[in-house]
Design a protein around this ligand. Sequence first.
Ligand code: SF4
Length: 97
Amino acid sequence: MIAENDATPAEIADPVRMIIDEDACIGGGVCEMLEEATFLLDDDTVIAAIVGDGLLARERAEIVVDRCPGRALSFVEIGSGLEAGTEGRSPGEGDED
Ligand code: SF4
């Protein structure tokens, strides 16, 4: 089985990219407990960070966002242009003319 953070968008059904608002994170590590391949709680700062490229299936992303007590988690669509580290859009996305 492929770990989510090792998978490419094509290998995850309906993938999204997770984002953490570090100012809103209150620690506790619910995200890490739910998705240990995607989140890591820093032992010193007690703030969560994204591991790898932060890709999750939308269904799982919605669950972890909903359970974050700090409302610190969100996600962006793959290829939305809002992603950090985006190398380019997927073929066909954003072609509106
Ligand atoms: S679940 Fe939310 S508040 Fe808790 S560590 Fe993760 S990002 Fe921070």
